[in-house]
Design a protein around this ligand. Structure first.
Ligand code: SAM
Length: 215
């Protein structure tokens, strides 16, 4: 059971979230949800929102959708965005797969998945986000040539990602140099999981895959 929400968290969820919520039901054309955005990006599992909030504020000409079912994390993102949040962000406080399933094909210029739960126990591996079904959804929602960014500090999950994503067939790993493994320079502040990984001395790898033009 999660900890009870504070009054401040509840107020943010009651007052601010309805203004930023992705419209419910039906097929979704993300490019219609933002006024004058040159492209739309999706962050899956934004946790407490460090990376997403930074990207939203750094790129006012890009639309962002963040998915996160952990409701205290949604409140943390809203707190970062302030009482008058920018107009280039929308939040889906639920499972990214249900949003992807109703998204117009090719809608996102980039999809970001930072430090997905590694589910290290063998019997829990099937819960990992990176699997054939989710990759089908990601591949369908990404524009041809679009980016799928994944980071992890779990060596076993890294091996899994490097096997499963290229094997899927819709993605090519864009690793032209050693720099491709490193944290992108515009990533902003460390996410909660990055902070924990660094404190534990676990190096993270950053993988960038490109949606192929033809699968
Ligand atoms: C290990 S945390 C990483 C959080 C954040 N990205 C970071 O780097 O600190 C994984 C997050 O993914 C979220 N998550 C798990 N499955 C998800 C799904 N199917 N759709 C969206 N978010 C999901 C969890 O609630 C959790 O907050």
């Amino acid at each position: 059971m999660g900890r009870a929400l504070s009054m401040r968290q509840r107020r943010l969820l009651d007052d601010v979230l309805p203004r930023l919520a992705v419209p419910e039901g039906g097929s979704l054309n993300p490019n219609r949800l933002f006024h004058a955005a040159r492209e739309v990006r999706l962050e899956i599992g934004f946790g407490t929102g460090e990376h997403l909030a930074h990207q939203v504020l750094a790129h006012p000409d890009i639309g962002f959708i963040g998915c996160e079912p952990f409701i205290a994390g949604v409140a943390a993102l809203l707190a970062r965005l302030g009482p008058s949040p920018p107009r280039n962000v929308l939040v889906y406080p639920d499972d990214a797969r249900t949003l992807l399933a109703r998204t117009r094909p090719g809608a996102f210029a980039a999809i970001v998945l930072l430090f997905p739960d590694p589910w290290p126990k063998l019997r829990h591996r099937k819960r990992r986000f990176i699997n054939r079904t989710s990759l089908d959804l990601v591949a369908a929602a990404l524009a041809p040539g679009g980016w799928f960014h994944v980071a992890t500090d779990d060596p076993d999950y890294a091996v899994h990602i490097l096997a499963e994503v290229p094997r899927h067939g819709a993605f090519a790993w864009a690793a032209e140099s050693a720099a491709a493994w490193r944290r992108p320079s515009d990533a902003g502040p460390l996410s909660r999981c990055e902070v924990k990984a660094r404190a534990a001395g676990r190096p993270a790898i950053y993988l960038a895959f490109r949606r192929q033009f033809s699968p």
